[in-house]
Design a protein around this ligand. Sequence first.
Ligand code: HEC
Length: 388
Amino acid sequence: MRAFASIVFVFAFAAPLALLVAQEPTPAVAPVDFQKQIAPMLLARCIDCHGPKEQKGDLRLDAKAHLFPQGDEAEWSVVPGKPDDSDLLRRLGLPADDDDVMPAKGEPLTKEQQELFRRWIAEGAVWPAEADEWLQKEIAAAVIPKITFDLPPVDDAQKAAIAKAVQALQKIGAVVQPVAADTEALDVNLSLLRDKVTDAEFALLVPLAPRLVWLNVSRTAVGDAIAKDLGELRELRRLHAANTKLGDAAFTVAAKLPHLEYVNAYGSAMGDGGLAALAAGPKVQRVYAWQSKVTAEGGKAALAAQPRLQLDLGDYVEGRLAAAQKEIDERAARNKPVNEMCPVATDKKVDPAHSVEHDGRRIGFCCAKCKAAFQKDPAKYAANLPPK
Ligand code: HEC
C-alpha cells in the first residue's frame, strides 16, 4: 500500500517536470571559461613554440593582442564565432602524422580538448584581460629554471656545520637562501656588503661547500688570498666576482672546480692567464670579462682552445661608446663658434652657450644680451666677425 502511494506520487510530479525540461531551449552547459579551460592548454602545449621565446609560423599565443592583431583580421588563425573557418582548430584535428598538426610535438590534443577549443571559438573566443595577466605570470614562473643538483650526501656533523655557517653569514648581513624551493642547494650573496667582506669573511663559506652552488662576491674587498678557500667550494656552479681585485691566482683555482659553469669577472683583475685556465676548466661555459685585464688576443686564444666557451669581452659596448663619443665630438665641432671674441662687446670672449647660426656659420657671443643685439641687426656687427 505504501509502495503504491509513492508510485502515484512520482507520476503526479513527473509529468510537469518533463514539461519544464522540454521548454529549456538548450541543455544548461556553462560557456567555456578561457582562463580555466583553454589558457592552461595553451601554456602546457603551445607556448614553448608560440610564446615569448619562439614564434613559430609567426604566431604567438600568450596574449590576446598576439592572436587577434588589429588590422590583420584576415590572418587570424581563430575566427571568433566560426570554428570551421579557424585554422588553429583545423590543425588540432589533423592526423598525428600530418605535417600541419598542432601541437607539433608530443601527443595530439584529445577529442575532449579539441571540443573545448571548438566551443570556445563558437562562443566568440572570449579572452579576458585577466587571462593575459595569468598567462604572463605563469610563463614567468615557468622560466625560473627547474634546477636539480646532484649534491653529495652530508652527515649530521656536516649539517650542523652548515647551519652554523649559515647563521654566521646571516649575522654579518649576507643573503643566504636555497636556490629553489625544493632543493638544499644554496645561493649566497655577499655583494651587498661591499668592502665589509674581506678574505676573513670569505672563510665563513668553507663549511657550506657541500651545498653552496651559487656565490656572489661582486664589489667585495676579497683578494687573491681567498684562492685556497675558493678551491674548497667544490659544488660551485656560478661565481659572480665582478669589480673585485681577484686576479689570475683566484680564477686559476676556480677553473679547477668540477662543476663551475659561469664566471662573471667583469671589472676584475683577471688577465689572459686566468681566462686560459677557465677555458680549460672541466665545465666552464660562460665568462664575462669586460673591463678585466683580458686582452683581445687572450680572448681569441681562449675561444680557440675551448669551442663551447661563451666569452663576453664587452667589445660591442666599447664600440657603441666610441661611436657615441664620436657623434658627440662631431656635434660639438659643428656647434663651435667661428669667432673667439664677441662681435658686439668686442673686448669679451665668446661663451659657446650663447651662439647662433648666421650666414652658414655659428657665431658666438659673450652673453644673451649681445646675442639679441646681433640678431636684431647683424649687418651692424658684420665687420667684427672673422672673414669668411
Ligand atoms: C614544437 C613546436 C610547436 C608546438 C608545441 C606548437 N606549434 Fe604550432 N607551429 C609550429 C611551427 C613550426 C609552425 C609553422 C609551420 C607550420 O605552419 O606548420 C606552427 C604553426 C602554427 C599555426 C599556423 C600559424 C600561421 O598562421 O601560419 C597555428 C595556428 C599553430 N601553430 C597553433 C598551435 C597550437 C594551438 C599549439 C598548441 C596546441 C601549437 N601550435 C603548438 C610549432 C609548434
